[in-house]
Design a protein around this ligand. Structure first.
Ligand code: DX5
Ligand code: ZN
Length: 234
């Protein structure tokens, strides 16, 4: 993992990539400027969709040189933490809604030596992570209801601002997940987010064989977000 910083980071979600060619897709987005690779794990129970599990994460690991950011949309979480750690995740994020014992889950993630993240659905308030703030490296604010790519952005500006104030000087990232585009990214960066997950908005109009479009898409989101930061001239 790279040292902590609050610069804008773009994390393409491979949920929008070619599922038959994840290795090439990961290499392509990184070559085109992705900072992290976001990996969406869904179980058909916590969310109404199924993607893939730890074996797939292990298979793509050799193709990810930056940060493998694993977003677990599964319940229960605890029985699978070790498998995702073994698969080579750098960050393992669990949902606060996934069970009654998120504190224990975060302890278990940290015990593997991996970075720990906590995710909040749109209907979940910032106060739910107040007692977890010293046990996490990342707070993921969902700006869609999790389960599918390509959904419309739900504005969580107030929640992000509250979390940013709660975090203060702690080395905790705020990640935004869902509906991020060059139009929505600036709102979230201005509110205090530093990691922007984007699926459809990165993978549209390109392919692993013809990846220039990925680079254009990543640069468009990044520059829109950076322009919105305080102290920048639009
Ligand atoms: C939603 C996932 C997101 C999703 C983002 O359940 O957690 O990571 O892939 O996709 P877009 O950017 O298309 O909303
Ligand atoms: Zn995600």
């Amino acid at each position: 993992m790279m040292p902590f910083d609050r610069s804008v980071k773009i994390a393409p979600s491979i949920l929008a990539a070619d599922f038959a060619d994840f290795g090439a897709e990961c290499r392509a987005v990184e070559a085109q400027g992705a900072d992290w690779v976001h990996v969406d794990v869904m179980d058909g129970h916590f969310v109404p969709n199924i993607t893939f599990g730890p074996q797939m994460c292990a298979a793509i690991r050799p193709h990810v040189r930056t940060v493998m950011d694993v977003h677990l949309m599964i319940s229960p979480v605890d029985p699978y933490i070790e498998a995702f750690a073994q698969a080579g995740a750098d960050i393992i994020t669990a949902h606060v809604e996934a069970g009654p014992h998120i504190h224990r889950t975060l302890q278990a993630i940290r015990a593997t030596g991996k970075k720990a993240g906590v995710a909040l659905n749109p209907g979940t308030g910032a106060e739910t992570v107040e007692n977890l703030i010293d046990m996490v490296d990342l707070i993921c604010v969902m700006t869609v209801n999790p389960g599918f790519g390509g959904q419309g952005f739900i504005d969580m500006t107030t929640k992000v601002q509250r979390l940013r104030a709660m975090i203060g000087d702690r080395p905790v990232h705020i990640e935004i997940d869902g509906g991020i585009t060059p139009q929505t990214a600036p709102l979230m960066a201005r509110a205090g987010a530093d990691v922007l997950v984007a699926g459809s908005a990165v993978f549209k109009g390109g392919s692993a064989a013809n990846p220039a479009g990925y680079g254009d898409n990543i640069r468009a989101i990044r520059s829109a977000a950076e322009t919105a930061l305080p102290g920048r001239v639009a």
